[in-house]
Design a binder for this molecule. Structure first.
Ligand code: PEP
Ligand code: MN
Length: 638
């Protein structure tokens, strides 16, 4: 049952309710939601809900209708984010877990670990106990395999996951793995589930070969009832009559499961298909279906792999796949989970360790709460960072400069509107700041109203002029008579509607603004052009740059320079790029304040090898009047 507590409940009253329920034999979990604090009480006992409802501090008691209780969305509305070391699985992130089917030897696991980490994997997989269909097939290296997997995980700073097949191995395995994997064949091995659940550690729970969604969630319930709340579900294909692929990937299970449970769900395209060429398209299908990640098999020499070679990706295929996933992420409102590498001995490492406590990080953005810029902050950082909404772009730069915020996330370009010059100009005025990253957000506009409003009640629509323009076709068709009122900001328009509590007005803004101001999205994605993306720079003071930048590989640079007023001077500088085979991805010119008719050029380029870039910078300095590297960062899309 769900025990909803009164807002003003005292700590003593809450303790009394808890002990009352525990004494009756319930497992009690406190869940602090956005609106209410609740106690979830589950167990074998039955109790008249009215006896709980009468306790001081209790507002109401609601039964949970589903057979799975702790795993149910009824109990917990907010998404659970499972933390495995520094990796977050769930929420608006897509985490990529990769590695071989089985750990085979030291060189194999080290080579694969290095390459998948370099390509963007945040966790390493590798079986040490392999449940094989044939007793004569390779059964895994056992504990020795776990030792090698841990070595590789430590060396390349990735938490590790490996399958546990026997309750008697759980204690031993807990010494090595960061997340247990329960394989498809063991999904209903209840003794194993109980033993693993007792550790309280994160668990990756594969869906059984012929398990219904409800059976799968009941297996999760076993884990949770035994003591862990860190469960990640994994759709890995089910047995059907179809023989063309090893299993049939049940993509529709992903959104279904997400409705039923707060637990994150990821997909395994390797075991679902069993065929290398099918792994990349199915990975994209998994992400498009709304999953929080993928677990994929990669091998440096798949033709020699001791198990599952035919479905293992080559490292180069994996690298491309991560790029494609990264490109897809903004379409589904997510971003790729990236975890900085920790150099344990360096001072940078210490700074990074501190960074793990992201609640102490403040990130500035321009706009009011719920703005697209805040969404960009959430994409670039962990959800736990504090945000500092700023009135204008200059205030956001000043906040970072003065140390009031560690980072700022500022728009620099929109695919429809072009460059946001103000931010390039401000960057030029702040030599103490540098670009450390970029992030991309898909701009999707909703028609946002007071809850319960009908479309025919709307007389006025408020939004930023860009928002009104981008939704013109919708407004012409659906609200031809409504007055269109320009507002300073899209989320600001939503805030205004919430404040006015007026059903005759609507705002055009992003869905996060509707959620933040307690409004309703009456129509979603009403923009005419679906390819509407805004790219943001993440800026920091130089001393904080290394921490963010360590999300290698860095592959882009932004520079600015001015040239002398003579024939061919710009051409000469740009030809330096061409001579070195460096690809320029953006060029802008801006007037230099106080120097009429002189220009500052902004260039973004694909970062070449270190030595080529330093030589290029030297030569550019010689051929320019002013020259500055604005920042090195990791591009959002290649
Ligand atoms: C595995 O991940 O190596 C594995 C055996 O997967 P499944 O349990 O999904 O078959
Ligand atoms: Mn396998």
């Amino acid at each position: 049952m769900i025990v909803i507590l009164k807002q003003g409940i005292t700590p003593q009253e809450k303790d009394k309710v808890r002990s009352f329920l525990s004494e009756k034999g319930f497992i009690v979990k406190e869940i602090v939601g956005q609106q209410d604090t609740i106690l979830g009480a589950v167990g074998k006992v039955s109790l008249d809900p009215r006896t709980v409802e009468l306790l001081p501090g209790v507002s109401s008691v609601v039964p949970i209708s589903k057979p799975y209780k702790l795993a149910s969305r009824e109990l917990k509305k907010e998404d659970t984010i499972v933390r495995v070391g520094k990796v977050s699985i769930g929420g608006n992130r897509v985490a990529v877990i990769a590695g071989p089917c089985a750990v085979e030897n030291y060189d194999q696991i080290m080579t694969i670990a290095e390459s998948v980490r370099e390509s963007g994997a945040v966790m390493l997989r590798g079986g040490a106990f392999k449940p094989r269909t044939s007793p004569y097939a390779f059964q895994g290296l056992g504990e020795e395999g776990l030792k090698l997997l841990k070595k590789a995980g430590d060396a390349f700073d990735m938490p590790i996951t490996s399958e546990v097949v026997s309750p008697s191995d759980v204690k031993m395995m807990a010494e090595y793995v960061d997340m247990f994997q329960i394989g498809a064949r063991n999904m209903q091995n209840f003794e194993l589930l109980k033993e693993v659940g007792k550790t309280g550690m994160p668990v990756l729970l594969k869906r059984g070969l012929s398990a219904t969604i409800e059976e799968w969630l009941m297996a999760a319930e076993y884990l949770m009832a035994s003591g862990t709340d860190q469960v990640v579900l994994c759709e890995r294909g089910i047995r059907t009559y179809e023989k063309a692929t090893r299993n049939t990937l049940d993509c529709s299970a992903i959104p279904v499961v997400q409705k039923l449970t707060h637990l994150p769900v990821i997909g395994d395209p390797s075991h679902a298909t069993g065929i290398r060429d099918m792994v990349a398209p199915m990975s994209l299908a998994i992400v498009a279906s709304g999953a929080s990640g993928i677990i994929v098999e990669v091998h440096n020499a798949p033709e020699k792999a001791l198990s599952d070679g035919p479905q293992s990706l080559y490292p180069s295929q994996f690298r491309k796949l991560v790029h494609d996933i990264q490109a897809l992420c903004p379409v589904v409102g997510k971003s790729l989970e990236r975890v900085p590498r920790t150099e344990k001995t360096s001072s940078e490492g210490k700074a990074e360790a501190k960074k793990n406590d992201t609640s102490s990080i403040t990130v500035a953005f321009q706009g009011v709460r719920g703005a697209f810029s805040e969404l960009a902050v959430r994409r670039a950082f962990d959800d736990s960072v504090s945000v500092l909404p700023c009135h204008n772009f200059a205030d956001a730069f000043d906040a970072v400069s003065s140390g009031n915020a560690k980072y700022a996330v500022l728009p620099v370009e929109n695919t429809l509107g072009g460059t946001i010059y103000d931010n390039l100009d401000l960057l030029a005025m702040h030599p103490e700041l540098t670009v450390v990253g970029e992030v991309q957000v898909r701009i999707q506009h909703d028609l946002i109203v007071m809850p319960g409003t009908r479309i025919d009640e709307i007389k006025k629509v408020y939004s930023h002029p860009q928002g009104l323009k981008q939704c013109k076709a919708f407004l012409d068709k659906e609200l031809p008579d409504a007055e269109r009122v320009p507002f300073f900001d899209t989320a600001g328009a939503a805030e205004f509607v919430a404040g006015a509590k007026d059903k005759t007005i609507a705002a055009i803004a992003g869905a996060p603004a509707a959620a933040f101001y307690g409004l309703e999205s009456l129509r979603s994605s009403i923009e005419s052009d679906a390819s509407n993306y805004t790219r943001f720079y993440i800026i920091a003071r130089e001393e904080n740059a290394a921490v963010y930048r360590s999300q290698a590989p860095l592959d882009k640079a932004a520079i600015s320079f001015s040239v002398s007023d003579e024939s061919g001077s710009l051409m000469k500088v740009l030809s330096l790029l061409a001579d070195k085979g460096v690809n320029m991805t953006k060029l802008e010119s801006r007037p230099i304040p106080g120097k009429p008719w002189e220009y500052l050029f902004f260039v973004e380029l694909q970062l070449p090898q270190d030595d080529v870039f330093s030589a290029l910078c030297e030569e550019m300095k010689e051929n320019t009047v002013t020259f500055r590297v604005l920042g090195l960062y990791t591009s959002v899309i290649e």
